[in-house]
Design a protein around this ligand. Sequence first.
Ligand code: ZN
Length: 240
Amino acid sequence: MKQVPPFEWREDSLKVRQFVYEFWCERSYGPNMRDMHEGVALSRRQILDALYELQMGGMCVLDLNSPHQSMHRFLPFSGYPTPVKAFIGDRFLGYIGCAMETVAFSKMPPFEGQEVRIESYCACCLAPVTVTSKDGKTLSQQPETVLIHVGLNPWDWNKISHNPMCDSMNYVIDAGHARKYEGMVSSKGVVFTMTQAEGLVKGVADNRMWDYNWPTGSGDPGQVIEGIRALGVDVSPWEQ
Ligand SMILES: [Zn+2]
């Protein structure tokens, strides 16, 4: 077993998760330990334990070697620059974990009814990519041919850290650029249209921050691949 099996959240973890979502959506940066202490009235040790549990449940990636367990990611946000920036108008909302989050991000309650713009680029040639979405649906995409390349097999997602999975989900401006990128990173993958991406992230988009008790994020990789196939994605590279 490579991935953490589902488990019940403790109340401290739910409190911290909700606080981090609200803080990051409002301010466009993540909270530090004192912010969390003030927000949820837990001690340093309780916050560290809650964050650790949240990582085990697939919600965040921490620096586990740091006494502060600094947040590298708290999905959908990233604490450091990624290829994906989010905006509403001129307001920068933060760096987003990966291209696949684009549509799910716009479904978060604080952004309800607003047009969220994602500025990113083709993973191989850095040509600009812009996608707008609202309430979990894509409104526009530039260029029209844009795809999301996923270069990591679901059997290798979420093994304690989301980083390899998130970093493998990137925009490419078309199928030819996907093949070029695969050569650059020596990793074959599959490609999603924006509509197929909406289908993949719908479960997350409909529940993250909407459901305070949203369960842990572990999924069965075999079922994930079947679900992706059902969206019409060619998953044959993962079946070799
Ligand atoms: Zn390219």
